[in-house]
Design a protein around this ligand. Structure first.
Ligand code: ADP
Ligand code: MG
Length: 717
């Protein structure tokens, strides 16, 4: 491999300094005692072998010309054929003669034993038997070896050797522990130097576990410190005091075409209590799809815009309401128009494409398009007190006269920097309300929302029929389609969710070859064609496709057509997850359901509970393992997103919380989330430390580390 390639690969992994390497932790530990010698293998059994790889090359399979990698693994007792379909890059990743560990099922073809699509990783040493020391420093027999997350160009083996070299370079004597000593003692955590040795070269499993615990605590502790500090700084600054109470907005709330739920009323009350407090609010409103967050936003916005700027008996305080997509921004604009008609309140809409103002000059019930310049002028001079929009709101050219309240919908869709840009538009900090429908476990919420107060909207508006969820077996597919046709005939619309966008690069697999389930997973593009051809031919031109590779404008246009009912059946990936309101869509089919986290499934299901009509969720799964069955049963039986998020955390582990990248937590930090006690301890210690030493004067190493973390964050955004 060329040096430059490797450099690039290392940069991609974020490995630049020796310290970065030391903080690149093994994803798991292998155990050499599980190994079998190649000579002793029997067809049909599952096995782990260690050996030297030879003759590895790319090629095309005999039938269908599928791209493959193939070669042999050799140990002193024999030679085993290995072959991978659809993974030609394997041959490029592993060089001839490399020592590997391979795991898979032994098959036989014409008397030759082989492994198809084995899991493979390069290893440091091939153990030759009991008593052989893998790391061999003290001559002690132990069989654990670390396995590092690989990426193209950097193997686990290479990482192992590099990290061992660094460990032995004496750097451990220089490294200073950022965690205060008293905390390590309280929770019985190993010091930094010890933990680094234990995590990269453990003699026993317990050492590795203790080290992982320390680093998991460390990460959650740092995040807590950062978030809490941000929160305290935010609260120190001057804020708008809004002296309104529930009775002041009673008449406004009475205008809603429904009665507010108790949960909504409580949420409104706690927000208004914050408004009166003299501190800038930072609150998260967490509620399932359809729980009515927009109405809470509207009622509290009303209390702000009917308040005067300080020391003035004219003018209005202003509200900015940001949504992640144009279609959502427009949806909120329309809801607000409904809530605010005839009150003489101007509402603006700003997106990348257009600007609108409500009401128009000629019709008090309608909006009108206006020029960007005109809109910006009216926002700046305060004539438009409510401005709703997309990212366009963040632009420097958008200036407010008295921005007192910022509402951010689906807040996780925005980066911290984007959120801050909107919140920091003015000298005075506005009150900040973030909203989300993404159910996450309590430990994760405590960690990533350490800077926010939490309000749950844990009640659905009355009159909603509970959604009917059915797990559909393959032989019931036809039946289910018949039921769906009845719904379509009655004028309803349907979502079909698939786990992937395109069909696999190469079609099909040879008979007798392993069943690569990924290749069978339904893709949006194919499934749309199939449904049109075989299942719903009568809706030929009314089937739409939506996925993340489409241009934003195309996505919006498809969503718009679905909203207008021009598209009856929308085949989509999970991009459809975010809160678009199409009350007429009452059926959702989820294909390959085992591939989604339960909380995510729940969110998808939430697409169809917008109206008072009976809604249906049909779940198709490709896998029939007990685990899949249990998970999907839990999904069928629970209508509580948080419960489902907890369930997945327990049963599938933190990795299943659909992408830790989204949450800005590393894999090891996610390990802490299974442990509520650890998360609470990190929180308590962070609070204690900040109360006693806000500037970390006694802990300069910690201070340094937090500054570095912060720089890293900005770097990525
Ligand atoms: P979300 O929390 O997903 O953002 P929305 O605010 O979009 O939910 O509300 C979903 C639908 O429920 C809207 O059509 C809204 O008018 C309606 N709604 C909100 N609150 C209530 C309520 N208390 N009773 C009946 N319907 C309500
Ligand atoms: Mg919403």
């Amino acid at each position: 491999m060329k040096i430059t390639d490797q450099k690039k690969a290392l940069q991609k992994l974020g490995l630049n300094t020796p310290e970065d390497f030391l903080y690149h932790f093994p994803s798991r530990y292998g155990d050499t005692s599980e190994m079998k010698s190649i000579g002793s293998l029997v067809a049909g059994e599952a096995a782990v072998v260690f050996g030297k790889i030879i003759g590895l090359k790319t090629g095309k399979a005999f039938v269908k010309r599928t791209p493959i990698s193939e070669g042999y693994i050799e140990d002193e007792t024999g030679r085993l054929k290995v072959i991978w379909f659809h993974q030609p890059y394997i041959a490029k990743m592993i060089h001839d003669g490399a020592l590997v560990r391979a795991e898979g099922k032994i098959s036989e073809r014409k008397g030759v034993l082989g492994m198809m699509n084995p899991k493979i990783e390069t290893v440091a040493t091939v153990p030759t038997g009991v008593g052989d020391s893998l790391f061999g420093s003290e001559g002690e027999a132990h069989s654990l070896y670390p396995v590092y997350p690989e990426s193209r160009g950097v193997t686990s083996n290479w990482l192992y050797h590099s990290i061992q070299k660094i460990l032995k370079s004496g750097i451990l004597d220089e490294l200073k522990d950022p965690i205060p000593d008293y905390i390590l003692k309280t929770y019985n955590l190993p010091s930094l130097a010890t933990a680094l040795v234990w995590i990269h070269a453990p003699l026993k499993k317990d050492d590795a576990l203790a080290a992982r615990k320390r680093f998991a605590f460390e990460e959650v502790f740092f995040i807590q410190l950062q978030k809490k500090k941000e929160r305290l700084l935010w609260q120190k600054e001057p804020a708008f005091t809004i002296e309104k109470s529930a009775s002041d907005i009673e008449k406004f709330v009475a205008r809603f075409p429904f009665k507010a739920t108790e949960a909504q009323a409580k949420a409104i009350e706690s927000i208004m209590t914050d408004f009166r407090s003299g501190h800038a609010m930072s609150r998260l409103l967490e509620g399932d799809v359809g729980s009515g967050k927009t109405a809470v936003a509207a009622a509290t916005a009303y209390s702000v815009i009917t308040s005067r700027p300080k020391g003035q008996d004219f003018g209005r305080l202003q509200v900015a309401y940001m949504a992640p997509t144009e279609i959502l921004a427009k949806q909120h604009f329309e809801s607000f128009i409904q809530y605010f008609t005839y009150l003489g309140i101007n509402i603006g809409l700003i997106t990348g494409k257009e600007c609108r103002k409500f009401p128009s000059k000629t019709n008090p019930k309608e909006w009108t398009n206006i020029s960007r310049a005109q809109l910006l002028k009216w926002v700046e001079n305060g004539e438009i007190p409510i401005l709703i929009g997309t990212h366009a709101l963040i632009q420097k050219s958008v200036k407010f006269k008295h921005l007192a309240y910022v509402i951010i919908d689906e807040q996780h869709r925005f980066g911290t920097a984007q959120r801050q840009k909107l919140a920091k538009k003015d000298k005075i900090n506005p009150h900040l309300l973030s909203m989300t429908a993404t159910p996450i476990p309590r430990t994760l919420a405590l960690t990533i929302y350490g800077d926010l107060d939490l309000t749950l909207l844990d009640q659905m508006p009355a009159g909603r029929k509970p959604i009917i969820t059915e797990i559909v077996l393959p032989n019931e597919r036809e039946n289910t389609y018949e039921k769906i046709k009845q719904e379509l005939k009655a004028g309803r619309q349907v979502y079909v969710i698939c786990p992937r966008i395109d069909p696999p690069a190469e079609d099909g697999i040879r008979a007798g070859e392993p069943d690569l389930t990924t290749l069978q997973t339904k893709s949006v593009v194919e499934e749309a064609e199939r449904l049109e051809r075989e299942v719903f031919p009568e809706y030929k031109n009314k089937i739409g496709v939506l996925h993340s590779k489409m241009l934003p404008a195309d996505k919006e246009s498809v969503m718009e057509q679905f909203k207008l009912g021009e598209i009856k059946i929308l085949v989509a990936t999970s991009v459809v997850e975010v809160g678009v309101n199409v009350p007429n869509a009452t059926v959702i089919i989820i294909e390959g359901a085992e591939r989604f986290g339960l909380a995510q499934l729940h969110q998808l299901r939430g697409r169809v509970i917008r109206s008072n009509d009976q809604a249906y969720c049909y779940v198709f799964a490709d896998s029939k393992t007990q685990k899949t069955v249990d998970r999907l049963k839990a999904f069928k039986n629970s209508s509580n997103g948080f419960e489902l998020a907890e369930y997945d955390l327990k049963l599938r582990g933190p990795g299943e919380l659909s992408g830790n990248k989204q949450w800005g937590i590393s894999d090891i930090g996610m390990e802490a989330l299974k442990n509520i006690k650890m998360v609470e301890a990190a929180r308590t210690e962070a609070e204690y430390l900040l109360t006693n030493d806000f500037e970390f004067e006694k802990y300069p190493i910690l201070k340094d580390k937090l500054i570095k973390r912060k720089e890293g964050e900005i770097h990525f955004e």
